[in-house]
Ligand binder design. Sequence first.
Ligand code: RFL
Ligand code: PHB
Length: 389
Amino acid sequence: MKTQVAIIGAGPSGLLLSQRLHLAGIESIVLERHSREHVLGRIRAGVLEQGLADMLRQAGVGERMDAEGEIHEGVEIAFGDNRIRINFEQLVGKTVMVYGQTEVTHDLYDARDAMGGRIIHQAEDVALHGIDTDKPYVTFKKDGVEERIDCDFIAGCDGFHGPSRKAFPADKLTVFEKVYPFGWLGILSETPPVAEELIYSGHPRGFALCSLRSRVLSRYYVQVPSGEKVEDWSDDRFWEELKSRLPADVASTLVTGPSIEKSIAPLRSFVAEPLTHGRLFLVGDAGHIVPPTGAKGLNLAASDVFYLSSGLIDFYRAGDDSGLSGYSAKALRRIWLAERFSWWMTTLLHKFDEEAFDVRVKRAELDYLMSSETAQRALAENYVGLPYD
Ligand code: RFL
Ligand code: PHB
Protein backbone atom coordinates (compact mmCIF):
# COMPACT_ATOMS: atom_id res chain seq x y z
CA MET A 1 0.00 0.00 0.00
CA LYS A 2 1.03 3.58 -0.55
CA THR A 3 -0.19 6.86 0.94
CA GLN A 4 1.07 10.35 1.74
CA VAL A 5 0.67 10.25 5.53
CA ALA A 6 0.51 7.01 7.52
CA ILE A 7 -1.34 7.68 10.77
CA ILE A 8 -0.91 5.26 13.67
CA GLY A 9 -3.87 5.27 16.07
CA ALA A 10 -7.59 5.97 15.57
CA GLY A 11 -8.11 8.00 18.73
CA PRO A 12 -9.25 11.61 18.41
CA SER A 13 -5.76 12.74 17.27
CA GLY A 14 -5.48 10.26 14.41
CA LEU A 15 -9.07 10.65 13.21
CA LEU A 16 -9.09 14.45 13.33
CA LEU A 17 -5.73 14.62 11.56
CA SER A 18 -6.89 12.32 8.79
CA GLN A 19 -10.10 14.32 8.40
CA ARG A 20 -8.28 17.67 8.17
CA LEU A 21 -5.75 16.26 5.69
CA HIS A 22 -8.53 14.79 3.55
CA LEU A 23 -10.29 18.17 3.35
CA ALA A 24 -7.00 19.65 2.10
CA GLY A 25 -6.62 16.93 -0.54
CA ILE A 26 -3.91 14.96 1.31
CA GLU A 27 -4.22 11.18 1.47
CA SER A 28 -3.76 9.17 4.63
CA ILE A 29 -4.30 5.66 5.99
CA VAL A 30 -5.10 5.18 9.68
CA LEU A 31 -3.87 2.01 11.44
CA GLU A 32 -5.58 1.03 14.70
CA ARG A 33 -4.69 -1.85 17.01
CA HIS A 34 -8.21 -2.32 18.41
CA SER A 35 -11.64 -2.81 16.88
CA ARG A 36 -13.90 0.16 16.24
CA GLU A 37 -16.25 -1.07 19.01
CA HIS A 38 -13.37 -1.04 21.47
CA VAL A 39 -12.30 2.48 20.47
CA LEU A 40 -15.89 3.72 20.80
CA GLY A 41 -16.36 1.98 24.16
CA ARG A 42 -13.73 4.07 25.95
CA ILE A 43 -15.05 6.75 28.28
CA ARG A 44 -12.64 9.63 28.54
CA ALA A 45 -12.66 13.40 28.31
CA GLY A 46 -15.70 15.60 28.51
CA VAL A 47 -14.60 19.22 28.16
CA LEU A 48 -13.73 20.78 24.80
CA GLU A 49 -12.06 24.16 24.44
CA GLN A 50 -13.41 26.59 21.85
CA GLY A 51 -10.35 25.91 19.64
CA LEU A 52 -11.26 22.22 19.38
CA ALA A 53 -14.98 22.87 18.99
CA ASP A 54 -14.19 25.30 16.12
CA MET A 55 -11.86 22.79 14.48
CA LEU A 56 -14.57 20.13 14.60
CA ARG A 57 -17.02 22.54 12.95
CA GLN A 58 -14.47 23.43 10.25
CA ALA A 59 -13.89 19.73 9.65
CA GLY A 60 -17.62 19.25 9.09
CA VAL A 61 -18.15 17.26 12.30
CA GLY A 62 -19.66 19.88 14.59
CA GLU A 63 -23.34 19.38 13.93
CA ARG A 64 -24.20 16.83 16.62
CA MET A 65 -21.88 18.55 19.11
CA ASP A 66 -23.74 21.83 18.57
CA ALA A 67 -27.11 20.11 18.93
CA GLU A 68 -26.36 17.84 21.90
CA GLY A 69 -23.34 19.37 23.65
CA GLU A 70 -23.71 21.96 26.40
CA ILE A 71 -21.97 25.31 26.49
CA HIS A 72 -20.67 26.02 29.99
CA GLU A 73 -19.92 29.56 31.07
CA GLY A 74 -18.21 28.58 34.30
CA VAL A 75 -17.16 25.91 36.80
CA GLU A 76 -17.30 25.69 40.56
CA ILE A 77 -14.30 25.13 42.78
CA ALA A 78 -15.16 23.88 46.27
CA PHE A 79 -13.06 23.36 49.34
CA GLY A 80 -14.88 21.92 52.31
CA ASP A 81 -18.07 23.96 52.44
CA ASN A 82 -16.49 26.96 50.70
CA ARG A 83 -17.32 27.36 47.03
CA ILE A 84 -16.58 29.76 44.30
CA ARG A 85 -17.90 29.97 40.78
CA ILE A 86 -15.32 30.82 38.14
CA ASN A 87 -17.32 32.77 35.59
CA PHE A 88 -15.45 32.25 32.30
CA GLU A 89 -17.76 34.41 30.30
CA GLN A 90 -17.35 37.38 32.64
CA LEU A 91 -13.63 36.91 33.38
CA VAL A 92 -12.27 36.10 29.92
CA GLY A 93 -15.23 36.27 27.53
CA LYS A 94 -15.04 32.61 26.50
CA THR A 95 -16.84 29.36 27.25
CA VAL A 96 -16.20 25.60 27.00
CA MET A 97 -18.26 22.85 25.36
CA VAL A 98 -19.23 19.81 27.43
CA TYR A 99 -19.44 16.91 24.95
CA GLY A 100 -17.88 13.51 25.46
CA GLN A 101 -14.70 12.39 23.71
CA THR A 102 -16.57 9.17 22.88
CA GLU A 103 -19.09 11.25 20.89
CA VAL A 104 -16.34 13.28 19.19
CA THR A 105 -14.71 10.00 18.11
CA HIS A 106 -18.05 8.68 16.91
CA ASP A 107 -18.66 11.81 14.81
CA LEU A 108 -15.16 11.63 13.34
CA TYR A 109 -15.65 7.98 12.38
CA ASP A 110 -18.95 8.86 10.66
CA ALA A 111 -17.25 11.66 8.71
CA ARG A 112 -14.31 9.46 7.67
CA ASP A 113 -16.76 6.76 6.53
CA ALA A 114 -18.79 9.26 4.52
CA MET A 115 -15.66 10.46 2.73
CA GLY A 116 -14.27 7.00 2.07
CA GLY A 117 -11.43 7.36 4.61
CA ARG A 118 -9.25 4.27 5.09
CA ILE A 119 -9.02 3.03 8.67
CA ILE A 120 -7.53 -0.42 9.21
CA HIS A 121 -8.62 -1.91 12.54
CA GLN A 122 -7.04 -4.76 14.48
CA ALA A 123 -3.67 -4.03 12.89
CA GLU A 124 -1.12 -6.11 14.83
CA ASP A 125 2.62 -5.63 15.34
CA VAL A 126 2.67 -2.14 13.86
CA ALA A 127 6.32 -1.13 13.32
CA LEU A 128 7.89 2.04 11.95
CA HIS A 129 10.85 1.96 9.55
CA GLY A 130 13.15 4.43 7.81
CA ILE A 131 11.95 7.43 9.81
CA ASP A 132 15.20 9.28 9.25
CA THR A 133 15.06 8.74 5.49
CA ASP A 134 12.67 10.36 3.00
CA LYS A 135 11.07 6.98 2.32
CA PRO A 136 9.61 5.87 5.63
CA TYR A 137 7.22 2.91 5.83
CA VAL A 138 5.08 1.08 8.31
CA THR A 139 4.62 -2.68 8.58
CA PHE A 140 1.83 -4.54 10.37
CA LYS A 141 -0.12 -7.76 10.32
CA LYS A 142 -3.77 -7.95 9.40
CA ASP A 143 -5.57 -11.29 9.73
CA GLY A 144 -2.17 -12.98 9.96
CA VAL A 145 -0.92 -11.41 6.69
CA GLU A 146 2.16 -9.14 6.71
CA GLU A 147 1.38 -5.73 5.13
CA ARG A 148 3.42 -2.63 4.32
CA ILE A 149 2.49 1.03 3.80
CA ASP A 150 4.98 3.28 2.02
CA CYS A 151 4.48 6.95 2.80
CA ASP A 152 6.03 10.42 2.91
CA PHE A 153 5.41 11.01 6.63
CA ILE A 154 4.30 9.07 9.72
CA ALA A 155 2.04 10.65 12.34
CA GLY A 156 2.34 8.84 15.68
CA CYS A 157 -1.15 9.30 17.14
CA ASP A 158 -0.99 6.04 19.10
CA GLY A 159 -1.39 7.26 22.67
CA PHE A 160 0.95 6.85 25.61
CA HIS A 161 1.64 3.11 25.12
CA GLY A 162 1.94 3.00 21.32
CA PRO A 163 5.06 2.13 19.26
CA SER A 164 5.75 5.59 17.72
CA ARG A 165 7.57 7.24 20.60
CA LYS A 166 9.56 4.02 21.10
CA ALA A 167 10.77 4.28 17.47
CA PHE A 168 12.90 7.33 18.34
CA PRO A 169 16.60 6.51 18.83
CA ALA A 170 17.08 6.56 22.63
CA ASP A 171 19.64 9.36 22.47
CA LYS A 172 17.30 11.60 20.46
CA LEU A 173 14.51 11.79 23.02
CA THR A 174 14.38 13.40 26.45
CA VAL A 175 11.52 12.57 28.77
CA PHE A 176 10.19 14.75 31.59
CA GLU A 177 7.87 12.93 33.94
CA LYS A 178 6.02 13.17 37.22
CA VAL A 179 3.93 10.29 38.45
CA TYR A 180 1.38 11.12 41.16
CA PRO A 181 0.78 8.66 44.01
CA PHE A 182 -2.93 8.44 43.20
CA GLY A 183 -5.45 7.92 40.41
CA TRP A 184 -9.05 8.84 39.62
CA LEU A 185 -11.82 6.32 40.12
CA GLY A 186 -14.58 7.37 37.71
CA ILE A 187 -18.14 6.24 37.23
CA LEU A 188 -20.76 6.96 34.63
CA SER A 189 -24.37 6.74 35.79
CA GLU A 190 -27.75 7.35 34.23
CA THR A 191 -28.72 9.92 36.82
CA PRO A 192 -29.31 13.67 36.53
CA PRO A 193 -26.10 15.61 37.29
CA VAL A 194 -25.93 17.10 40.77
CA ALA A 195 -25.32 20.59 39.34
CA GLU A 196 -25.68 22.46 36.07
CA GLU A 197 -21.91 23.00 35.87
CA LEU A 198 -18.82 20.98 36.83
CA ILE A 199 -17.72 21.03 40.48
CA TYR A 200 -14.03 20.46 41.30
CA SER A 201 -13.78 19.72 45.01
CA GLY A 202 -10.59 19.73 47.09
CA HIS A 203 -11.31 18.03 50.41
CA PRO A 204 -9.21 16.75 53.34
CA ARG A 205 -10.35 13.22 52.35
CA GLY A 206 -9.17 13.77 48.76
CA PHE A 207 -10.26 15.30 45.47
CA ALA A 208 -13.67 14.76 43.84
CA LEU A 209 -15.15 15.94 40.54
CA CYS A 210 -18.79 16.16 39.50
CA SER A 211 -19.07 16.20 35.72
CA LEU A 212 -21.70 15.23 33.21
CA ARG A 213 -22.43 14.12 29.70
CA SER A 214 -26.07 15.25 29.48
CA ARG A 215 -29.04 16.08 31.68
CA VAL A 216 -29.57 12.35 32.26
CA LEU A 217 -25.97 11.09 32.30
CA SER A 218 -23.48 11.96 35.04
CA ARG A 219 -19.75 11.41 35.31
CA TYR A 220 -18.16 11.51 38.77
CA TYR A 221 -14.61 10.93 39.97
CA VAL A 222 -12.87 10.50 43.34
CA GLN A 223 -9.13 10.48 44.02
CA VAL A 224 -7.92 7.04 45.16
CA PRO A 225 -4.42 5.87 46.16
CA SER A 226 -2.33 4.18 43.44
CA GLY A 227 -2.81 0.43 43.42
CA GLU A 228 -6.49 0.59 44.38
CA LYS A 229 -8.69 -1.99 42.61
CA VAL A 230 -12.01 -1.22 40.93
CA GLU A 231 -13.46 -4.48 42.32
CA ASP A 232 -13.05 -3.09 45.84
CA TRP A 233 -15.33 -0.19 45.02
CA SER A 234 -19.01 -1.11 45.08
CA ASP A 235 -21.36 1.58 43.80
CA ASP A 236 -22.50 2.24 47.38
CA ARG A 237 -18.95 2.75 48.57
CA PHE A 238 -18.28 5.13 45.67
CA TRP A 239 -21.38 7.25 46.35
CA GLU A 240 -20.64 7.47 50.08
CA GLU A 241 -17.06 8.56 49.42
CA LEU A 242 -18.14 11.11 46.82
CA LYS A 243 -20.76 12.61 49.15
CA SER A 244 -18.25 12.91 51.98
CA ARG A 245 -16.01 15.06 49.74
CA LEU A 246 -18.67 17.50 48.49
CA PRO A 247 -20.09 20.58 50.20
CA ALA A 248 -23.02 19.44 52.41
CA ASP A 249 -25.71 21.21 50.34
CA VAL A 250 -24.40 19.58 47.14
CA ALA A 251 -24.11 16.13 48.75
CA SER A 252 -27.67 16.33 50.01
CA THR A 253 -29.09 16.73 46.49
CA LEU A 254 -26.91 14.07 44.79
CA VAL A 255 -29.03 11.51 42.96
CA THR A 256 -27.34 8.09 43.00
CA GLY A 257 -27.96 5.04 40.84
CA PRO A 258 -26.21 2.02 39.37
CA SER A 259 -22.94 2.71 37.54
CA ILE A 260 -22.81 1.81 33.85
CA GLU A 261 -19.02 2.17 33.71
CA LYS A 262 -16.39 2.23 36.43
CA SER A 263 -12.63 2.49 35.98
CA ILE A 264 -9.44 3.86 37.52
CA ALA A 265 -7.03 6.11 35.61
CA PRO A 266 -3.53 6.77 36.98
CA LEU A 267 -2.37 10.40 37.07
CA ARG A 268 0.81 11.44 35.35
CA SER A 269 2.54 14.49 33.88
CA PHE A 270 4.78 13.54 30.96
CA VAL A 271 6.47 15.31 28.05
CA ALA A 272 8.77 13.83 25.40
CA GLU A 273 11.09 16.24 23.59
CA PRO A 274 11.35 16.78 20.70
CA LEU A 275 8.10 15.60 19.09
CA THR A 276 9.76 15.04 15.73
CA HIS A 277 12.47 12.72 14.46
CA GLY A 278 13.09 12.72 10.72
CA ARG A 279 9.74 12.00 9.06
CA LEU A 280 7.96 10.94 12.26
CA PHE A 281 5.77 13.33 14.24
CA LEU A 282 4.30 12.55 17.68
CA VAL A 283 0.79 13.89 18.24
CA GLY A 284 -1.42 13.92 21.39
CA ASP A 285 -0.91 11.39 24.20
CA ALA A 286 1.93 9.73 22.23
CA GLY A 287 4.07 12.75 23.05
CA HIS A 288 2.65 14.08 26.31
CA ILE A 289 0.28 13.35 29.16
CA VAL A 290 -1.36 15.72 31.62
CA PRO A 291 -3.26 14.74 34.76
CA PRO A 292 -6.98 15.18 33.93
CA THR A 293 -7.62 17.91 36.52
CA GLY A 294 -7.41 20.78 34.02
CA ALA A 295 -9.33 18.89 31.26
CA LYS A 296 -6.45 19.50 28.88
CA GLY A 297 -5.42 16.10 27.36
CA LEU A 298 -7.82 15.97 24.44
CA ASN A 299 -7.50 19.70 23.87
CA LEU A 300 -3.72 19.47 23.59
CA ALA A 301 -4.09 16.60 21.14
CA ALA A 302 -6.27 18.97 19.09
CA SER A 303 -3.73 21.81 19.05
CA ASP A 304 -1.01 19.34 17.98
CA VAL A 305 -3.27 18.25 15.11
CA PHE A 306 -3.81 21.88 14.18
CA TYR A 307 -0.05 22.64 14.00
CA LEU A 308 0.88 19.40 12.21
CA SER A 309 -1.94 19.54 9.67
CA SER A 310 -1.04 23.17 8.87
CA GLY A 311 2.61 22.15 8.38
CA LEU A 312 1.67 19.25 6.09
CA ILE A 313 -0.71 21.41 4.06
CA ASP A 314 1.99 24.08 3.53
CA PHE A 315 4.42 21.35 2.52
CA TYR A 316 2.15 19.72 -0.06
CA ARG A 317 0.68 22.98 -1.42
CA ALA A 318 3.77 25.14 -1.61
CA GLY A 319 6.79 22.96 -0.84
CA ASP A 320 7.18 25.04 2.33
CA ASP A 321 8.57 22.84 5.12
CA SER A 322 8.85 25.54 7.79
CA GLY A 323 5.62 24.40 9.53
CA LEU A 324 6.94 20.82 9.72
CA SER A 325 10.38 21.81 10.97
CA GLY A 326 8.80 24.18 13.50
CA TYR A 327 6.10 21.71 14.62
CA SER A 328 7.83 20.37 17.72
CA ALA A 329 8.81 23.76 19.16
CA LYS A 330 5.43 25.31 18.44
CA ALA A 331 3.42 22.43 19.90
CA LEU A 332 5.72 22.07 22.93
CA ARG A 333 5.26 25.69 23.94
CA ARG A 334 1.51 25.23 24.32
CA ILE A 335 2.00 21.75 25.83
CA TRP A 336 4.22 23.09 28.61
CA LEU A 337 1.75 25.86 29.42
CA ALA A 338 -0.98 23.22 29.79
CA GLU A 339 1.39 20.95 31.76
CA ARG A 340 1.95 23.80 34.19
CA PHE A 341 -1.76 24.50 34.58
CA SER A 342 -2.70 20.82 35.00
CA TRP A 343 0.07 20.26 37.56
CA TRP A 344 -1.02 23.38 39.45
CA MET A 345 -4.70 22.41 39.57
CA THR A 346 -3.80 18.84 40.55
CA THR A 347 -1.50 20.00 43.33
CA LEU A 348 -3.98 22.53 44.63
CA LEU A 349 -6.97 20.20 44.88
CA HIS A 350 -5.59 16.73 45.66
CA LYS A 351 -4.60 15.21 48.96
CA PHE A 352 -0.86 14.47 49.17
CA ASP A 353 1.24 13.10 51.97
CA GLU A 354 2.56 16.57 52.72
CA GLU A 355 4.45 18.41 55.37
CA ALA A 356 2.44 20.78 57.55
CA PHE A 357 4.05 23.78 55.85
CA ASP A 358 2.88 22.67 52.39
CA VAL A 359 -0.65 22.10 53.66
CA ARG A 360 -0.76 25.69 54.96
CA VAL A 361 0.62 27.07 51.67
CA LYS A 362 -2.08 25.20 49.74
CA ARG A 363 -4.74 26.56 52.07
CA ALA A 364 -3.39 30.08 51.40
CA GLU A 365 -3.42 29.40 47.65
CA LEU A 366 -7.09 28.41 47.85
CA ASP A 367 -7.83 31.46 50.01
CA TYR A 368 -6.16 33.62 47.35
CA LEU A 369 -8.17 31.96 44.58
CA MET A 370 -11.42 32.42 46.50
CA SER A 371 -10.72 36.08 47.25
CA SER A 372 -8.86 37.46 44.23
CA GLU A 373 -10.51 38.13 40.90
CA THR A 374 -7.05 38.24 39.32
CA ALA A 375 -6.36 34.67 40.48
CA GLN A 376 -9.76 33.59 39.19
CA ARG A 377 -9.08 35.20 35.82
CA ALA A 378 -5.80 33.27 35.51
CA LEU A 379 -7.64 30.01 36.18
CA ALA A 380 -10.38 30.92 33.70
CA GLU A 381 -7.92 31.92 30.97
CA ASN A 382 -6.14 28.57 31.20
CA TYR A 383 -9.26 26.46 31.63
CA VAL A 384 -10.99 27.78 28.50
CA GLY A 385 -7.73 27.25 26.60
CA LEU A 386 -4.79 29.43 25.68
CA PRO A 387 -4.62 30.63 22.06
CA TYR A 388 -3.08 28.36 19.42
CA ASP A 389 -0.36 30.85 18.46
P1 RFL B 1 -5.71 7.97 22.43
O1 RFL B 1 -7.12 8.42 22.65
O2 RFL B 1 -5.06 7.17 23.51
O3 RFL B 1 -5.68 7.17 21.07
C1 RFL B 1 -4.55 6.43 20.67
C2 RFL B 1 -5.00 5.33 19.75
O4 RFL B 1 -3.85 4.61 19.31
C3 RFL B 1 -4.16 3.22 19.35
N1 RFL B 1 -2.92 2.43 19.44
C4 RFL B 1 -2.40 1.74 18.43
N2 RFL B 1 -2.79 1.61 17.14
C5 RFL B 1 -2.05 0.81 16.34
N3 RFL B 1 -0.96 0.11 16.79
C6 RFL B 1 -0.54 0.20 18.07
N4 RFL B 1 0.50 -0.52 18.50
C7 RFL B 1 -1.27 1.05 18.95
N5 RFL B 1 -1.15 1.37 20.25
C8 RFL B 1 -2.15 2.22 20.53
C9 RFL B 1 -5.04 3.09 20.58
O5 RFL B 1 -5.81 1.88 20.56
C10 RFL B 1 -5.91 4.33 20.45
O6 RFL B 1 -7.08 4.09 19.71
O7 RFL B 1 -4.74 9.21 22.14
P2 RFL B 1 -5.05 10.60 21.39
O8 RFL B 1 -5.79 10.36 20.10
O9 RFL B 1 -3.78 11.34 21.37
O10 RFL B 1 -6.10 11.35 22.32
C11 RFL B 1 -5.74 11.80 23.61
C12 RFL B 1 -6.96 11.79 24.53
O11 RFL B 1 -7.58 10.52 24.44
C13 RFL B 1 -6.58 12.08 25.99
O12 RFL B 1 -5.63 13.11 26.06
C14 RFL B 1 -7.80 12.50 26.84
O13 RFL B 1 -8.75 11.49 26.90
C15 RFL B 1 -7.36 12.90 28.24
N6 RFL B 1 -8.49 13.22 29.11
C16 RFL B 1 -9.12 14.45 29.05
N7 RFL B 1 -8.74 15.36 28.13
C17 RFL B 1 -9.41 16.55 28.01
O14 RFL B 1 -9.04 17.37 27.17
N8 RFL B 1 -10.49 16.87 28.80
C18 RFL B 1 -10.94 16.00 29.75
O15 RFL B 1 -11.95 16.30 30.37
C19 RFL B 1 -10.23 14.74 29.93
N9 RFL B 1 -10.64 13.84 30.82
C20 RFL B 1 -8.95 12.26 30.03
C21 RFL B 1 -10.03 12.62 30.89
C22 RFL B 1 -8.38 10.99 30.11
C23 RFL B 1 -8.86 10.07 31.02
N10 RFL B 1 -8.25 8.79 31.02
C24 RFL B 1 -8.95 7.57 31.07
C25 RFL B 1 -6.84 8.66 30.71
C26 RFL B 1 -10.52 11.72 31.81
C27 RFL B 1 -9.92 10.45 31.91
C28 RFL B 1 -10.46 9.53 32.95
C1 PHB C 1 -15.06 14.35 32.40
O1 PHB C 1 -16.21 14.77 32.29
O2 PHB C 1 -14.75 13.19 32.16
C2 PHB C 1 -14.00 15.29 32.89
C3 PHB C 1 -14.31 16.63 33.05
C4 PHB C 1 -13.34 17.50 33.52
C5 PHB C 1 -12.08 17.03 33.81
C6 PHB C 1 -11.76 15.70 33.63
C7 PHB C 1 -12.72 14.82 33.17
O3 PHB C 1 -11.15 17.90 34.31
